[in-house]
Design a protein around this ligand. Structure first.
Ligand code: SF4
Ligand code: SF4
Length: 103
């Protein structure tokens, strides 16, 4: 697992830095970056935290990732977990954040 931060989309809110359990994400010139993506633990916390969909999470081969990536976009209380597969097809899983404590 690893992530990639899109510098064009990043607005420098630095929320991802605060939630990364491995302190892997750093800030430079008002943008977040990850120096050693291979050290990523794969927790997806930063992906969920980014409100501007700037972080892509690459799904590993061990779970059948096959070139797939995941990111999150927001629409009010709804989180769209967007999975773009290696063949370009997209699967979206919607989760209402207000329901998150029900499970
Ligand atoms: S959470 Fe998103 S916008 Fe905020 S610093 Fe991280 S990558 Fe940039
Ligand atoms: S997925 Fe988790 S461990 Fe990896 S960079 Fe994001 S917050 Fe850190």
């Amino acid at each position: 697992m690893s992530i990639k931060i899109n510098q064009e989309k990043c607005v420098g809110c630095l929320s991802c830095i605060l939630v990364c359990p491995g302190s892997l994400i750093k800030e430079k010139d008002g943008k977040a970056y990850i120096k050693y993506p291979k050290d990523c633990w794969g927790c997806a916390s930063c992906v969920k935290e980014c409100k501007v969909c700037a972080i892509d999470y690459y799904l590993g081969a061990d779970i059948g990732g096959n070139g797939s990536k995941l990111n999150v976009s927001y629409e009010g209380d709804i989180l769209h977990w967007n999975i773009t597969k290696g063949d370009g097809s997209v699967l979206v899983i919607d989760v209402n954040s207000k329901d998150s404590n029900q499970y």
